[in-house]
Design a protein. Structure first.
Length: 205
């Protein structure tokens, strides 16, 4: 049986959804593909290289355009990518954990170049542009990690966004105001974008 690289990655993502990141091994993946584990090393030098390719495929499933559409502002474009990335991460079990330890594959370099250039066109330096992208990416990953890790709690925990003990009215009001995960995500995203806008505004002054 001749394996194709993309087929391996797609199968790995399906297996990720079924068994989670902790259950995903090259041996199990090989068994799923009907081959011996060494056959996978013809396509991936290590498991980490496979994990990097899995995140790249998730990105290609739909993070949105790599640059603003004609007439679209840089911040509207960046916010749209953040929302799309969150949606793709939430669509796959343990996707945020998977992404946390990976790096972009070489074929993603042109896309990243386009994103950095788009923010440079808006007035950021190349370094600032890349840091902005990384800050948004890290925020999305952290937000989704908390959503996915905390979704199965059934122990009545009193984490600040899960509930508040009686006798703490201000905390209870805060929890009630920000209970919805979409609202929490949008609030954090707006803080990031406000900070970026403020830096540009201060520079122009």
């Amino acid at each position: 049986m001749k394996l194709e690289r993309q087929e391996i990655v797609r199968t790995a993502l399906r297996l990720l959804d079924e068994v989670g990141l902790d259950g995903l091994s090259l041996r199990r993946l090989a068994r799923e593909l009907g081959v011996q584990a060494p056959a996978l090393y013809w396509h991936f030098a290590s498991k980490q290289e496979l994990l990097d390719a899995m995140v790249t495929m998730i990105a290609r499933e739909g993070y949105g355009p790599d640059a603003p559409e004609p007439g679209q502002s840089w911040d509207d474009w960046l916010a749209g990518r953040a929302r799309a990335m969150r949606s793709r991460f939430l669509a796959h079990r343990d996707a945020a954990r998977l992404a946390a330890g990976t790096r972009p594959t070489a074929d993603r370099a042109p896309a990243i170049e386009g994103m950095v250039r788009a923010l440079c066109d808006a007035g950021f330096t190349p370094g600032e542009a890349l840091l902005n992208i990384l800050a948004v990416t890290d925020y999305v990953g952290g937000a989704v990690l908390e959503e996915q890790a905390g979704g199965g709690r059934d122990d009545g925990g009193i984490g600040p966004l899960d509930g508040a003990p009686a006798g703490q009215p201000t905390l209870q009001a805060a929890v009630a105001e920000m209970r919805d995960p979409d609202d929490r995500f949008e609030y954090g995203l707006s803080l990031l974008l406000d900070g970026m806008r403020a830096r540009l505004a201060a520079r122009s002054r």
